[in-house]
Ligand binder design. Sequence first.
Ligand SMILES: *Cc1c(COP(=O)(O)O)cnc(C)c1O
Length: 429
Amino acid sequence: MAGTVRSLRNAVRAHSARFESAIPLIASENLLSPYAKELMVSDFHSRYAEGKPGERYYEGNEQVDEVERMCLDLARRVFRCSFADVRPISGTVANLAVLKALAEPGAPVGTSRLADGAHISSASFGAFGLRGVKPVYYPWDPAKMTIDAAGTCKVLKEARPKLALFGLSLFLFPMPLQEIAPTLEEIGAVGWYDAAHVLGLIAGGEFQDPLREGVSVISASTHKTLPGPQHGILLGETKDPDLVKKLESAAFPGVTSNHHLHTMAALAVALAEQVAFGAAYAHQTVRNAQALAEGLHKRGFDVLAADLGFTRSHTIAVRMAKEGGGEAVAKKMADAGLIANKNLLPGDTSPKHPSGVRLGTPEVTRVGMTEPDMDRIAELFDDLLHKGRSVETVKADAARLKADHTTIQYCFAAGEAAYRYYELVGRDP
Ligand SMILES: *Cc1c(COP(=O)(O)O)cnc(C)c1O
């Protein structure tokens, strides 16, 4: 079996080497800082700490309590809110916790359609279906590339859900929360924002500030624009102790037992680094997305929302109809070291054949790329998809560009840790 272990390590090495020499443009991915990564392989990984700091079911949790208290303090500070729970172990699990806390099976819950960019959590085959709630869909406004505020208020007044979810996985523009908030109040619904994609932008003061714009609960992943570990979080601003109690008991014991203490500790590091570097990182991430969009647009690509400035987030969407469709293009890009994903775009009719690709700048920004690099990436797209240059030459150029950016930025020990993220540390068995 030593050979098997060697093979496993070699597969992971090959994967790492591939990403090290590629341009990763997946909007939901990011890199951990060296200090966060260190805590991921600490002894926290081996332990259990069910419950809350100071109220545990296991012994030996004193330092876990200390770290979790710091993590909660940091979360409340970064997101300027009174409630945080860092026990959900992923964004989907955080969503399940909100659904368990605030919606009964059979109840209507407001959300967006998958074709308009909603996450599978909102689908009958996802978290909504697991909880057995009935989605009430908001209308989309193609001219604004977000939900239609007036139409959404109308739908909410008709269906009168007690819970209304706002948030997308193809999240280019802020939700019109301020226009919808009075309706939520009128029908007595809790506003819920899924910030999985945009949590780091919110932390850095970009995009929007949902808790000040009319929602009371945020659920999120902590590893997309927030460059933390793969984990989840709940945040809230509410004067209602009953709401807090419901969310906490949904988080534990509702949807978790142990909450993956090593990732919780790494999240605390990511949040501390957010206090120090988050604003600069979020700002550059959005600027890079806009620069990439601009670079593609001027080379003839059909970047969505050109009249709106393409995006206000880390994400852009490109319709690849004339380049061969989302599926074929995403595959060809990956072969050439430009890694992204095919994506349904508003207006697509076949879920199996998305017409677009989704591109995101969290990871390339994290390694220090700026606007000129985005233009260079757009040129590589042009070479590959319009000018007929070979996959091999584009791949070599992508690797050359990446080789100039081998250091994770916007974190402590930036510069020293180079690409240790991509290395394994032990000897082969
Ligand atoms: C990614 C995503 C999630 C799920 O997050 P995981 O951490 O992968 O479970 C939930 N909601 C939205 C909007 C997302 O984009």
